[in-house]
Ligand binder design. Structure first.
Ligand code: FMN
Length: 209
């Protein structure tokens, strides 16, 4: 089949996200200007650069009350956020923290998660999550959008601190079987890392390290 998104598709559900799968999930913790914590998952998330390490997440659409998502507001206003890895053992919590609460609710406390104090930034990480990146917001881009109700704001952040649980390091490498990253597919489908393979790099030798 072929379709032009602006003209719609004849399928029962939009296939776009399923066509770009899997997508890593950034479980993003932030702090509001007034000091209230916030936690939400974003599957329009990725590592986009290594030197310096830089991540991005996209806030698409608005909160149920028509205001900007808290993660975007907080990352913009305070200039900081924390990426927590989305691990299999936390899948239910990850899903629950996507609830559109108002800004006064700290999802971390609401769902009994443990704060892990950060070393460089103010927002805490989720202690139950085996990996955290402390990030400083570097850029905010507002994408062109079809409607005012559906804006898309991309937040970029430079990684300034990295926490990896020691038990997830085996022979000096992050062990996927210990972390058990989950990712988002299309629709309401998710995946966990299964079969893997190794291929030597054909372009830059140092990238293999
Ligand atoms: C697995 C998962 C991935 C999500 N990915 C995104 C995303 O990439 N962008 C987005 O705007 N919302 C995404 N959502 C919805 C947000 O988590 C939800 O809107 C949340 O309430 C935003 O919280 P905030 O207002 O505290 O920032 C996702 C939800 C789930 C369960």
């Amino acid at each position: 089949m072929f379709f032009e998104p602006k003209k719609g598709h004849d399928l029962p559900h939009n296939p776009i996200a399923a066509c770009v799968s899997p997508r890593p999930i950034g479980w993003i913790s932030t702090l509001s200007k007034s000091g209230i914590g916030n936690l939400a998952p974003f599957s329009y998330f990725n590592l986009v650069h290594n030197h310096p390490p830089t991540v991005m997440f996209a806030c698409n659409g608005l909160k149920a009350d028509g205001t900007a998502k808290d993660s975007w507001t907080n990352a913009e206003e305070t200039g900081e956020f924390v990426y927590n890895v989305a691990a299999w053992k936390l899948r239910e919590h990850i899903n629950l923290t996507s609830t559109s609460f108002d800004a006064e609710v700290d999802e971390l406390a609401e769902y009994g998660l443990t704060p892990r104090p950060s070393k460089i930034v103010k927002p805490v990480g989720v202690a139950e999550s085996p990996i955290q990146f402390e990030c400083k917001t570097t850029q905010i881009i507002h994408l062109e959008s079809n409607s005012k109700e559906n804006p898309s704001t991309i937040v970029f952040g430079q990684v300034v601190g990295v926490h990896i649980d020691d038990e997830c390091l085996v022979d000096g490498r992050v062990d996927y079987d210990k972390v058990m990253h989950i990712s988002r597919l299309g629709y309401l489908d998710y995946a966990v890392i299964g079969e893997r393979f190794f291929m030597p790099s054909t372009y830059v030798k140092r990238e293999q390290k």
